[in-house]
Design a protein around this ligand. Structure first.
Ligand SMILES: Nc1nc2c(ncn2[C@@H]2O[C@H](COP(=O)(O)OP(=O)(O)OP(=O)(O)O)[C@@H](O)[C@H]2O)c(=O)[nH]1
Ligand SMILES: [Mg+2]
Length: 312
């Protein structure tokens, strides 16, 4: 570099305190333990959908938290489980792929329950790698005191080399304040990787599809939710200030389509209305949302379909 060139990176870094820390934090664990709930709580903003059903998250989702002296790039991941189809295999691969790039791993567990085989599966992956692990024992708000001690001891025993452990409730935001100081302690010195005002790298279209899927997950029962995929086909900002969105919901069977539609289309209407309200709140714009349902047999086992839907 010659004398006249400005090194912008150096200028930017100059404004950071000398002990600035940063890093990538993979948020991993078995399905349904509260990974996405915790990510949203830490960011103070909803970027990952949440539901009472296991296997809600299907992709890696980046959430960026910037303070004066630290930038944490969280990567929320699908729950690690024993996959039953190609979609499941993709999800588990997504979760595992978050680890080699990470500086630290947050292992989220549900301390209201004893470790399950999927927890043991996660723990064995964690023990086989050299990254610092922070054990997060979530859902203390529903953990009965008599089991809390035994369960937390059982989780600790699975990761004897963990650099720290902490008991929290992501839902009630209890204990969550202690997570950032812990991360600061264990993340390496480093620069900001993203502009300080950037919270995520997900696209609006993706978030919209996810919010539709979340509402469908919340309203539907039994096996239908897992067979759902949502594709945003049109996303247009109109001159009148409204966003026009058209999305297609895929299911695998006619019977699932019938359940999704409900009597006289009432179920789909409810899902659409809930989704529209939340999309409007998140995008802070008025939205017209149109939903369509299409049967696509066995799409979860079809490599080409999965690729098209962003699960590849
Ligand atoms: N009582 C209680 N429920 C919680 C807590 N954290 C999360 N939940 C609930 O647990 C369920 C699963 O939460 P998610 O955040 O979707 O869990 P996840 O680990 O991201 O799940 P997958 O994406 O399926 O792997 C939801 O019903 C949440 O409301 C908590 O601290 N206490
Ligand atoms: Mg999740």
């Amino acid at each position: 570099m010659n004398d006249y060139e400005i090194n912008w990176q150096e200028l930017l870094d100059e404004t950071l305190p000398p002990d600035h820390r940063s890093g990538f934090v993979a948020v991993v664990g078995r399905p349904n333990v509260g990974k996405s709930t915790l990510l949203n709580a830490l960011l103070g903003q909803k970027i990952a959908i949440v539901s009472a059903r296991p296997q809600t998250t299907r992709n890696r989702i980046t959430g960026i938290l910037t303070t004066d002296d630290m930038q944490v790039v969280f990567v929320d991941t699908p729950g690690i489980h024993k996959p039953k189809h190609k979609l499941g295999e993709f999800m588990v691969e997504e979760a595992l792929a978050s680890m080699p790039d990470a500086d630290l791993i947050l292992w989220i567990t549900d301390v209201s329950k004893a470790p399950r085989p999927d927890d043991e599966r996660v723990a064995s992956v964690l023990r086989a790698q050299a990254l610092p692990v922070v054990l997060v024992m979530n859902k203390i708000d529903i953990a009965s005191p008599e089991y809390l001690l035994a369960n937390s001891a059982a989780y600790r025993a699975l990761v004897p080399d963990a650099v720290a452990d902490i008991a929290i409730s992501a839902l009630k935001q209890r204990g969550t304040d202690a997570i950032l100081p812990l991360l600061r302690q264990h993340l390496p010195p480093g620069p900001r990787y993203f502009p300080p005002d950037q919270v995520t790298d997900i696209q609006e279209r993706f978030l919209v599809a996810e919010l539709v899927r979340e509402k469908a997950l919340q309203h539907l029962r039994e096996e239908v939710p897992h067979a759902l995929a949502v594709e945003v086909e049109r996303f247009k900002r109109r001159a009148n200030g409204m966003i026009y969105i058209s999305a297609r919901i895929y299911v695998e069977r006619e019977t699932q389509k019938a359940i999704l539609l409900g009597k006289g289309g009432s179920m789909l209407k409810r899902i659409g209305s809930d989704a529209r309200k939340e999309i409007e709140a998140v995008l802070e714009e008025r939205v017209y949302l149109e939903l369509w349902v299409k049967v696509k047999p066995k799409w979860r086992r079809d490599a080409a379909e999965l690729r098209r839907l962003g699960y590849a």
